[in-house]
Structures are given as structure tokens and as C-alpha cells.
Design a protein around this ligand. Structure first.
Ligand code: CA
Length: 222
């Protein structure tokens, strides 16, 4: 999953970038509100973390412009402690969730996981589930019939994307756009290798190849 982090406080942004990378997210970082308006509506983000106090343009205006232009991406806002008015204005402007500074990074990770599950129709489940698999996002492994199957970091990122998009044809270029940040070179051969590793671990039928179209996860495995 690819996230946009908009935060002008550099030490916090650094900490969050490192933590979110360890959680298996590809993250682009911006510090300026005007840049965020543009990049947030042109790049295919799966979720956006938005600080409200920003140079260039206040976060509330950034969010209002995104929503006015029809951007439906889930947005989690970061608000100042004790500012209930900010939280209310943020929710009115179209935020999906908020966190009050200071917060523990673990709380942010759990809220992101919940928001992503919810925005992909997995409303009533405490963990990500698809095709008979449970993804343990804390331990970055997958569980089937009570047994752990270990994953590399790259396999975990790919499988999480597949499990949030079951029974959908996903082209290699689409997957690359959502698995790598804007700075990373995208190599579809590497994707193929990771798909083959997942097939070896989970069974060949879990990920089908649709010639000329891409991959289909969980089409037969229910
Ligand atoms: Ca700020």
C-alpha cells in the first residue's frame, strides 16, 4: 500500500517514515500544503496522513480541496492536543479518522490498518482476511488453518495488497504504483519473482495469471 504523509515537523516526519516503512508501507513525504493539494490528487495513494498546521496552505484547506475535487482516498488527520474545534472541522471537511499529537506510533499503525480494511469493504473483521488466509500485520506473517506461514518483507507487502483486492485483476504496472514510493525504480520482473514465491508458499491457484491483463488473487481458493 502506498501512503502520502503530509507533515512539516521534520523529526516527527522522519520517525513516521521509518516506522511506516517497517510496517511495509511505501510512503511519499511532503511538508507543504500547496504541494499536497497537487500530489495528493494526482498520485494513486491508498491512504493519506495529513497534519493540519502546515506551511503553504492549512491542512483543513488541503482536505477541503481534495474532497471538492472528488478525491475519495481515506484521510487521517493529525491534530494539536486539546483542539476539539480542529478535530470537528477536520471531520466536517471529510477526514475519515484523526489522531491527537502526541501519539504512540503503534496507535497510528492500527488506525491505518483499520481504515484500509474498512475502505476495502472488510468492515467487521479485526484482521485482514481473504481466500482462507488471515494476515497478521503485527508479525508480518500469514495464517492458514491455524498455521503460520512466514513471509519476507516484500512478500508481505504484495500479499497485503492482494488480500485487500481479492478477485480483482491487477496489472503489474498497477501493483508497482501501489507497492513502491515515488522515488523507487519499478521493475516488474521483481514483482514476478515475488508472485512466484507467494505461489510456492500458498499454493499455485491462489494467484492466477491472466495473460496480457495481470494477476487475480483468490479467484478459486474460497
Ligand atoms: Ca505542523
Amino acid at each position: 500500500m502506498r501512503l502520502l504523509l503530509v507533515e512539516d515537523h521534520v523529526p516527527l516526519a522522519d520517525e513516521l517514515l521509518a516506522g511506516l516503512n517497517r510496517q511495509g508501507y511505501a510512503v511519499d513525504w511532503l511538508a507543504d500544503g500547496r504541494d499536497a493539494v497537487h500530489q495528493g490528487s494526482t498520485e494513486p495513494y491508498d491512504l493519506i496522513i495529513l497534519d493540519l498546521g502546515l506551511p503553504g496552505l492549512p491542512g483543513l484547506d488541503v482536505l477541503a480541496q481534495w474532497r471538492a475535487s472528488g478525491l475519495a482516498t481515506p484521510v487521517l488527520i493529525l491534530t494539536a492536543r486539546g483542539s476539539w474545534a480542529e478535530r470537528i472541522e477536520g471531520l466536517k471537511a471529510g477526514a475519515d479518522d484523526y489522531l491527537t499529537k502526541p501519539f504512540h506510533p503503534e496507535e497510528l499503525y492500527l488506525r491505518i490498518q483499520a481504515l484500509l480494511r474498512r475502505s476495502h469493504g472488510q468492515v467487521n473483521q479485526p484482521t485482514l482476511q481473504a481466500a482462507g488466509l488471515h494476515l497478521d500485520e503485527g508479525r508480518q506473517c500469514v495464517v492458514r488453518d491455524g498455521n503460520d506461514i512466514q513471509l519476507t518483507a516484500a512478500e508481505f507487502r504484495l500479499l497485503r495488497y492482494f488480500m485487500l483486492h481479492p478477485e480483482q485483476i491487477l496489472s503489474k504496472s498497477h501493483l508497482a504504483e501501489h507497492l513502491y514510493d515515488g522515488e523507487t525504480e519499478r521493475d516488474s520482473n521483481v514483482l514476478e519473482v515475488h508472485v512466484n514465491h507467494l505461489r510456492r508458499k500458498l499454493g499455485k491457484s491462489v494467484i492466477e495469471t491472466r495473460r496480457g491483463q495481470g494477476y487475480l488473487f483468490g479467484g478459486q481458493a474460497r
